[in-house]
Design a protein around this ligand. Structure first.
Ligand code: DAH
Length: 358
């Protein structure tokens, strides 16, 4: 076979192999086999010396053409394979930017906290300060300084969680009706913060204190062993029951709506005189009476009264100069009345289906 035929044969086979190469690795193997240092085409070109001189120009021309067409085919095939490889990788690793991102599920503020926030907004708006107080209290602050008599039933171990009971019997069990000012307990009311505030600041005092309180009650639809109150205390010159009523009427309207009426019902609290409970007209029936308000037309929302002069005196404030009023709002109670909740325990169970409604 002449060199001519060799070259044509090489070209034919090379082009065919190039066309058949299905990936870059195969294609590179073809390149090495044909055009590499020891490739077929290279070795044919090395034989140029043996071609008779008159034929050399034609053979040289053909050799160049063959080399050019093979290189061109190699380049074109490589580009095509690279493109399809890229397309394959893009399809496999594609990120669909139109898919929704991965979100972290957001929690929701507890209903009790949002009611506390709302009350804080209201009272801060009329110039009150928000204070905090200890949840673990002494008997003095929770009861004695609030004018609560030694034999008051709320002081018994049935109604108060005692942490340290100095009057405990030899068996270590608390006796009922314990009296001891340094006994330590979980506060049953936020009212002790009134005393701390009066001891540490001078009138005028305009404060609220939201916080957790504790009572030995089993959790049921109407009770929780741990719940929340918002205490309020005002001490200034010339404070009257009219100030109390104006303030609490405005608060009630802000909390329940401008159309709701209030009623001040006489009551007893050891630390206020006179004392009352405040009712708001029932929002379900509008005051005509229904199951929700037990057919009275009214719902009780807070306790309040004029600060007893004994309480002012015990905390170092002269009742001849100053007077004041105090109030205590049950936060869970407000939640129940506003949203007609059938069971208080829903407030602490953390079921997002419940909490997301508010
Ligand atoms: N501490 C009372 C309770 O837990 C609520 C209360 C009533 C607070 C009257 C007050 C008040 O400040 O003046 O039942």
């Amino acid at each position: 076979m002449s060199v001519f035929d060799d070259l044509k044969d090489i070209r034919e086979r090379a082009l065919e192999q190039i066309a058949r190469s299905a990936d870059l690795k195969t294609l590179d193997a073809v390149r090495v086999a044909v055009a590499g240092k020891k490739g077929e085409l290279t070795s044919v070109l090395h034989q140029m010396g043996s071609v008779p001189a008159p034929d050399r120009p034609r053979v040289g021309k053909l050799a160049n053409e063959v080399r050019a067409s093979i290189e061109e085919a190699l380049d074109a095939r490589r580009a095509a394979l690279e493109r399809s490889e890229l397309e394959r990788r893009m399809a496999a690793q594609a990120v669909d930017v139109t898919l929704p991102g991965r979100t972290r599920p957001l929690g929701h503020e507890a209903l009790v906290n949002s009611i506390i926030e709302e009350a804080q907004d209201f009272f801060c708006g009329i110039g009150y300060t928000v204070v905090d107080g200890p949840r673990v209290e002494t008997e003095y602050y929770n009861f004695t300084a609030l004018n609560t008599p030694a034999d008051h039933p709320s002081r018994s171990a049935r109604d108060t969680f005692y942490v340290v009971d100095e009057s405990a019997g030899a068996d270590g069990l608390p006796t009922s009706g314990v009296i001891g000012e340094s006994n330590v307990l979980l506060r049953t009311q936020t009212s002790g913060v009134q005393v701390h505030t009066m001891e540490t600041s001078e009138p005028p005092i305009y404060m609220i204190c939201p916080g957790t309180v504790f009572r030995p009650d089993a959790a049921d639809p109407n009770h929780l062993p741990q719940f929340h109150q918002i205490e309020g205390l005002v001490v200034d010159r010339g404070i009257t029951f009219g100030d109390l009523k104006g303030t609490l009427d405005a608060f009630t309207r802000a909390m329940f709506g401008a159309d709701r009426k209030t009623r001040y019902r006489p009551h007893f609290f050891p630390f206020t005189e006179p004392s009352c409970e405040v009712d708001v007209s029932c929002g379900v029936c509008g005051g005509t009476g229904c199951r929700f308000c037990k057919h009275t037309g009214w719902l009780e929302i807070l306790g309040c009264g004029m600060v007893d002069p004994n309480v002012l005196r015990m905390s170092g404030i002269d009742p001849e100069v100053y007077s004041g009023f105090a109030f205590g709002i049950g936060v869970e109670r407000v939640a129940c009345l506003r949203y007609d909740l059938p069971d208080l325990r829903a407030l602490v169970q953390g079921d997002m289906r419940f909490i997301r409604q508010f």
